[in-house]
Design a protein around this ligand. Structure first.
Ligand code: FHN
Length: 443
């Protein structure tokens, strides 16, 4: 079928996946950590006795919030408990292979001492460079660092969401220069950065900047060879985001899976993707009062394995408080996920989609290099019979528990290309478990 495509100057610059080493490393991470931290952590969803139920990092824009007071919060930013090494160690113990850190969120407050604005940590009582400390600590822990950067900047005088007049356009030019300067500054100060995770790029003003954003992307990519940038950065010629006018992915991976996940490989369009997930329904920055459902360790492990099974990375968000403490709920989740990963990470790291018919017990994954296949079981059938359907000429030879590879599980061939693995844990399990399977392909 002939593909009809519109000629674009600033559409996708590549069709299909990137195959270079840095992108392969990205693809193999499996699990990442997101950190949302800024001055919004000080009010933590409350202001003068009033409770703001929405996302805590958005409190500045909630109705009734005095903007000036918010913009002066940095004078109180002095996180005495902040310990970059402890954060990095905790992330490493959880099993995270990469971290995405908010260098600045929509409020514009910079966690690094940017020379292009006074609204930075350098002018807070804390003074020290937070991003620098985190980069050093996570690098030392062997966790790759990605910098989150919001295009929206409520603090910059030239920032606009729409450009309605000549004056707007003039001021927005200043804002564009500022944006470019800050990004160049970040990559200069932190050259070990592996990628940029853009956000707040949905404004009409920004979606009209295809040419500028494309050139900036090129400049940034030249600064760090292999730099990874997702689909939330630059619009195409017609202002389309994520996918260009021809439906092709803009950037290195799809960045649209926020607090939601694909269900099938078709949903991913064969692209690389990450899923960024909050622990409560929708809180990224610290909110002292989590209302509603708070995700459990098992739910999060399921999302992680599901992501791997569909060729995506799973990134779990942490929102430290105004003092730099990681809240106890997150500490507990990190420890429990870490415990599980310690035993079962083989089914996640370096693993992706296995082209076998999905079954109700859970998810298949396959190691991209070794070809080793895994079944992570979340739902144990009452019968204890786990169905496995293999394609074409594949034969199932062996099934074993990942944490007890010596003992084979009972295999029953029920008919051509279909098997039962008989297994019921002797006692109730409170965590998913992994079965490794071995196959041969008959000629
Ligand atoms: O508005 C932000 C939100 O606060 C948070 O940073 C998330 C993270 O993906 N991104 C935006 C909403 O899409």
């Amino acid at each position: 079928e002939k593909r009809i495509s519109v000629k674009l100057e600033h559409g996708a610059h590549r069709l299909g996946k990137r195959t270079d080493k840095p992108m392969q490393a990205w693809r193999n991470y499996g699990l990442g950590q997101f950190i949302h931290w800024g001055v919004y952590a000080i009010p933590g969803g409350h202001w003068e006795g009033q409770y703001y139920p929405g996302a805590a990092e958005w409190i500045r824009s909630w109705k009734g919030m005095p903007k000036d007071a918010y913009d002066n919060l940095y004078k109180q930013f002095n996180p005495k408990k902040f310990n970059a090494k402890a954060w990095a160690k905790q992330a490493g113990d959880m099993g995270a292979k990469y971290v995405i850190i908010t260098t600045k969120h929509h409020d514009g407050f910079c966690l690094w001492p940017s020379k292009y604005t006074d609204y930075t940590v350098a002018n807070s009582p804390y003074k020290k460079d937070i991003i620098g400390q985190l980069v050093e600590a996570y690098d030392a822990e062997g966790i790759d660092v990605y910098l989150y950067f919001s295009i929206i900047d409520w603090n910059h005088p030239g920032y606009r969401s729409t450009l309605k007049s000549e004056q707007d356009r003039k001021e927005y030019e200043e804002f564009k220069k500022f944006t470019r300067n800050q990004l160049v500054e970040l990559l200069t100060l932190y050259p070990s950065t592996k990628g940029l995770w853009f956000d707040g790029s949905w404004d009409k003003a920004w979606t009209e900047q295809a040419e500028f954003a494309d050139a900036l992307g090129k400049e940034l990519r030249e600064m760090i060879p292999g730099l990874i940038i997702g689909s939330r950065f630059r619009p195409d010629d017609n202002g389309n985001r994520h996918f260009d006018t021809n439906g092709d992915l803009i950037g290195d991976y799809e960045q649209g899976w926020e607090r939601k996940m694909p269900n099938t490989i078709e949903d991913t369009n064969g692209n690389d993707w990450d899923c960024v997930m909050t622990v409560p329904e929708n809180q990224w920055g610290y909110h002292s009062d989590w209302k509603g459902h708070v995700k459990t360790t098992n739910e999060l492990i399921e999302m992680l394995v599901k992501a791997a099974s569909l060729d995506g990375n799973f990134v779990l968000n942490f929102g430290p408080d105004g003092q730099g403490n990681i809240r106890s709920e997150e500490t507990r989740l990190a420890a429990e996920i870490g415990e599980w990963m310690k035993e079962n990470n083989e089914a996640v790291y370096g693993c992706g989609y296995l082209d076998w018919e999905k079954q109700d017990w859970g998810y298949y994954t396959v190691n991209r290099e070794t070809g080793k296949k895994y079944m992570t079981v979340f739902n144990i059938p009452v019968s204890g019979a786990l169905r496995v359907k293999v394609p074409g000429k594949t034969k199932l030879n062996k099934a074993y528990l990942l944490n007890d590879p010596g003992a084979s599980l009972e295999l029953e061939e029920i008919h051509r290309n279909e098997y039962f693995i008989h297994y019921k844990p002797a006692s109730a399990t409170d965590r998913p478990f992994v079965i490794g399977v071995e196959t041969t392909d008959a000629k």
